[in-house]
Design a protein around this ligand. Structure first.
Ligand code: ADP
Length: 153
């Protein structure tokens, strides 16, 4: 089975994330959207809320699952026997950052290479980020334009 893990904070999931997953669906047998929990980080939405937003967003996608993990993404992939990591690229800053992580992950998985597969953001979605959405929510703006319907606060 060709399974990909799409790791991230998803605080909350945005139309940018949705676009990447929707376009990756035909490429894999299964996609696990994996929420990385970092105890040092403060989130706007609880883990359960973030999972619920994702579950509802993909309720009509039988091959998309949601899960959460702590620690390194590659360790989570190993525990699930997954060989692919899916990431989205919005701009050159994402590229530089993601390149270092992907190359590190390849180095740390000498035995059983885990490949990172990148999809470029669709035009019109590259400006969307969870942090911008949180800012809009905080100041009571129209965040609905940037997130799937399931995200309501
Ligand atoms: P992280 O904290 O790991 O960056 P995010 O939830 O912000 O977690 O992002 C998870 C993944 O989704 C990353 O690969 C990121 O590049 C991608 N992503 C986020 N927003 C967009 C977007 N607007 N278009 C394409 N990819 C995106």
């Amino acid at each position: 089975m060709r399974i990909a893990v799409f790791p991230g904070s998803f605080d909350p999931i945005t139309l940018g994330h949705f676009d990447i997953v929707e376009r990756a669906v035909p490429l894999f047998d299964k996609i696990i959207i994996a929420i990385g929990q970092n105890s040092q980080k403060n989130y706007m939405f609880s883990l359960e809320q973030r999972k619920e937003f994702i579950r509802n967003t993909f309720k009509d996608f039988p091959n998309v699952e949601v899960d959460n993990f702590e620690g390194l993404t590659i360790d989570y992939c190993r525990s699930k026997n997954v060989n692919f990591i899916l990431r989205g690229l919005r701009n050159p800053a994402d590229f530089e950052f993601e390149k270092a992580i992907a190359q590190t992950n390849r180095t740390l998985t000498q035995d059983n290479k885990i490949e990172t597969i990148f999809l470029l953001t669709s035009s019109g979605k590259s400006f969307i980020s969870s942090s911008i959405v949180r800012e809009i929510i905080t100041f009571k703006g129209d965040y609905e334009l940037l997130v799937p319907q399931a995200v309501r606060v």
